[in-house]
Design a protein around this ligand. Sequence first.
Ligand code: ADE
Length: 419
Amino acid sequence: MNNYNIRDLNLAEGGRRRMDWAAREMPVLSSLEERFRKERPFEGIRMSCCMHVTTETGNLLRTLQAGGADIVITASNPLSTQDDVAAALVSHYEIPVFAIKGEDDQTYYKNLHAALDHKPHITMDDGADLVSTIHKQRRDLLPNIIGGTEETTTGVIRLRAMAADGMLEFPVMAVNDAMTKHFFDNRYGTGQSTIDGIIRATNILLAGKTFVVAGYGWCGRGLAMRARGMGANVVVTEIDPLVALEAVMDGFRVMPMAEAAAIGDIFITVTGDLNVIDRHHFEVMKDGALIGNSGHFNCEINIPALEGLSTEKKLVRPFVESYRLSDGRIINILGEGRLINLAAAEGHPASVMDMSFANQALAAEYMIRNSGQLQNKVYNVPEAIDREIARLKLESMRVKIDVLTDEQVKYLNSWEEGT
Ligand code: ADE
């Protein structure tokens, strides 16, 4: 096989070892791999994936391949690729990979097109770049496509906007919206891996620092909870009154970013929106402030505005760029404003990706089994799949739960019983 674009094939053995290590924490996916090996639901199916190339994704691809899928993968972020995993996938699993950690935007899109040259029946996206590129530039591929799956909140928002505009031309399943995905991956995964990324990049002490979390969605909730656990004074910024109220009652200080900007030591954006930290915020920040992002795209921090305010910029450690402002203050940007948990650390731990990727695998199987019967819209993962994943996960953790008695079922279904 010679059609791939990776850093170095010699890294393959290390990548395979790390994939095997992660697989030990992915029992639900392993049980699917076993079934797929027997049932071969993806026989004859070409898949193009645009996902973070990590050990966990490697294990997802291994599972899909066991089911007969003919897969290629490109990165869903220029900074998230684990080059050893990319090498292992090419060398040990003959899966073409188009991804190099640190690639520029031009290479990112060249790689994305290379993955689309595979002429997929199924697309698997993390951020909707495949679906968007197909609809804008590769419409010739549309007749072959059965459907797609989408991993992340930002991607689902993009897809719902496409569907609302009547522009979506094949069905897509919103894996992100499954409970066994966002309750765990977005909350506990982002919570832990973002802290991990900040610490690996900077080695700073979080205890006693003022830690500003922009956005109190599932990712923000997890991050705020974990930052508090490390002893930081956590401040939350929000735009939704209900969600802000929840943050207040969870015990966090809530205020507008304009106020938080002046008191924060560390700022992490997890909103999915644009310029959440902007020029007027940089203007009032403390000397030495650290700013990072764990939302999907690198648009949440207005870095061009910071460049405009700066007289000098230098890389002071891997993934830490210091900007000197004209008044002498330093502002540090982590990982170029790209997902810090994947840029400076290894992304979410395998145990949560187990459930996210079980959803991916089962959503893809659902698409194939219902081929031709779905409309061009965004579908939720069926509840039965969600519950089955939760059941399997609990079983793998040897956690048992109670079962309703017949008397309790009857009680729950009756409206006559009262005081
Ligand atoms: N997104 C967040 N963490 C991830 C991981 N470990 N692998 C793939 N995608 C991810």
